[in-house]
Design a protein around this ligand. Structure first.
Ligand SMILES: C[S@@+](CC[C@H](N)C(=O)[O-])C[C@H]1O[C@@H](n2cnc3c(N)ncnc32)[C@H](O)[C@@H]1O
Length: 359
């Protein structure tokens, strides 16, 4: 079977059981670090809301929303766009989606855009009542109806199933997966020409082939009439990944630790890959998006004012560290969060890619 079929089945099994793959100091996602990330995303959403001309409803799709941590933190700071906001969490794991209800009041999807009033002239489509947000809803797939707004995907694309190709002395091979007894094993086959990358590489070079990104962006383009798709993930150009070797871009996580070999123990661990920058850009253009901006997470959070936001916490910690009371500890926690989110050797190095459509 193609590698992507194996990975898709393994991830399905893993997330069906509510798998919590990434955790621990090195592997935690940005929303899980604390509430600061959500507060900054709320600022970004307000800016995009204004750029879109303050639409009401303003649809925010959180793709791969997990337990709803980002949603909770965005809404908690009360963004200016909240009265227009419909916050749509898209999560395919039923176990994780169920956990969203622990922190958020979730409305049925049919009600998220309503209630509606008859159009002013009586003949047109009914119009949603303005100013009644935020309304939160949850789906297991991207909404297909046309909307204006933002789709944000934090560490989702690295989690879409991927294929693997390898340069051998006889050209590019596709690494498929077969069974040897009870063990899943690699089965190299000649790669279809369409799978080979545009550049050559020394024999032994392996790369991920992320056709799932194309399908995902095409689905985004079906729903998003006008607005932004924001992809936050670990990403690198193919030539950089080629130099790292497979273990440098294919990672597994289990019980908050690095997992075992990708073909071992399928369904018991998270399987992820770095996003290939060229794949993301090409898929974006094919789906009708413009690559409007790209930067590191540290640069993005800086543009959103992370330093100024934690400035008072830093001063408070400096002033109260010797007292060590709750206020001092809370201040220190914000400062530590900011350092984790902008760490150039960790989350700060994530790539933030901002795609636009009809803007
Ligand atoms: C690594 S987690 C990131 C969760 C969250 N965005 C965060 O930053 O903490 C990836 C999430 O995407 C979900 N997921 C994977 N593929 C998906 C898909 N095609 N549609 C919706 N959710 C998906 C997984 O179940 C998982 O909850």
């Amino acid at each position: 079977m193609p590698y992507s079929v194996f990975v898709a089945a393994a991830l399905d099994e893993f997330f069906t059981h509510g798998g919590a793959g990434r955790g621990g100091a090195d592997f935690v996602t940005s929303p899980e670090v604390g509430s600061l990330f959500g507060a900054l995303v709320a600022r970004a959403l307000d800016r995009w809301f204004v750029e879109l001309g303050s639409p009401d409803p303003f649809i925010v799709v959180d793709a791969g929303a997990g337990r709803g941590r980002l949603a909770r933190d965005v809404l908690r700071v009360g963004p200016a766009s909240a009265p227009a906001m419909r916050y749509v969490m898209v999560e395919r794991s039923a176990v994780l989606a169920a956990e969203q209800r622990e922190h958020l009041t979730i409305e049925p999807w049919e009600d998220a855009l309503g209630p509606f009033l008859p159009s002013p002239d009586g003949d047109g489509d009914p119009e949603p009542v303005p100013g009644i947000g935020p309304i939160v809803t949850s789906l297991d797939d991207l909404p297909a109806l046309a909307f204006d707004g933002v789709i944000i995907a934090n560490e989702l694309l690295d989690n879409l199933a991927f294929d693997v190709i390898e340069r051998t002395a006889k050209g590019w091979k596709e690494i498929r997966v077969g069974l040897d007894g009870e063990q899943f094993v690699e089965v190299p086959v000649a790669a279809d020409e369409s799978l080979a990358p545009a550049f050559d590489a020394p024999p032994g070079t392996r790369l991920p082939l992320q056709l799932g990104i194309e399908a995902w962006l095409a689905a985004c383009a079906t729903g998003l009439a006008r607005g932004f798709v924001v992809v936050i993930d670990y990403a690198a150009p193919a030539a950089v990944l080629a130099t790292r070797g497979q273990s440098g871009w294919l990672r597994t996580y289990r019980a908050h630790q690095r997992g075992v070999a990708p073909l071992s123990a399928p369904g018991t661990q998270d399987v992820t890959t770095d996003v290939v920058t060229e794949t993301l850009h090409r898929a974006a253009r094919r789906a009708g998006f413009t690559v409007a901006a790209e930067m590191t997470q540290a640069e993005w959070l800086s543009s959103l004012g992370i330093e100024e936001m934690i400035g008072s916490s830093r001063r408070e910690w400096d002033a109260r560290a010797h007292i060590g009371d709750l206020a001092a500890l809370a201040a220190r926690s914000r400062v530590t969060e900011a350092a984790a989110l902008t760490d150039p050797a960790g989350l700060g190095a994530h790539t933030v890619t901002i795609l636009t459509k009809n803007l």
